[in-house]
Write a protein that binds this ligand. Sequence first.
Ligand SMILES: Cc1cc2nc3c(=O)[nH]c(=O)nc-3n(C[C@H](O)[C@H](O)[C@H](O)COP(=O)(O)O)c2cc1C
Length: 155
Amino acid sequence: MDTRALRNTLGQFATGVCVLTTNDPDRGAIGMTVNSFAAVSLEPALVLWSIQNTSECFSEFTECDRYGISVLRHSQEALSNRYARSLEHTVDDGDCFVDSYGVPLIQGALATLSCKMSALHPSGDHHIIVGEVVDFESHSGDPLVFFGGAYSRLD
Ligand SMILES: Cc1cc2nc3c(=O)[nH]c(=O)nc-3n(C[C@H](O)[C@H](O)[C@H](O)COP(=O)(O)O)c2cc1C
């Protein structure tokens, strides 16, 4: 199969962009840019995302008890690039706050979800992580959109 062509085809599905965050015992908060986020279930409240098996953050996100999902605004493209950099996932001072569950979340995000680890499914070169939403916040504004391998915005 032509993997590049498949990637381009999958890229025709427009998504939002999130930064996933969790606590690392040694490094403190870590963050990783993700567009595989999706809603799963309302009752119970479940969401999913997938992490590459080779990610430097793999053990932190697959072994943690809780993690955060921050949906980025259109104005937060720099944060998306910042937390997509290899081997540089320690969250910078000022980029995050900690919620009442001790979960780090990105400041000024369009929406935040505080999650408890619910299930982990190995799936090819990724693992699917299912989280139970225990808290959430939503604000008005424009989302950062990812489409065709590039950032975009809603017209
Ligand atoms: C828009 C965008 C979406 C991404 N979505 C995912 C994703 O869903 N899952 C994933 O594992 N990595 C995703 N990445 C890649 C990671 O953000 C990051 O670049 C990669 O984890 C870096 O390698 P490392 O984790 O080994 O440091 C995405 C990157 C970008 C820019």
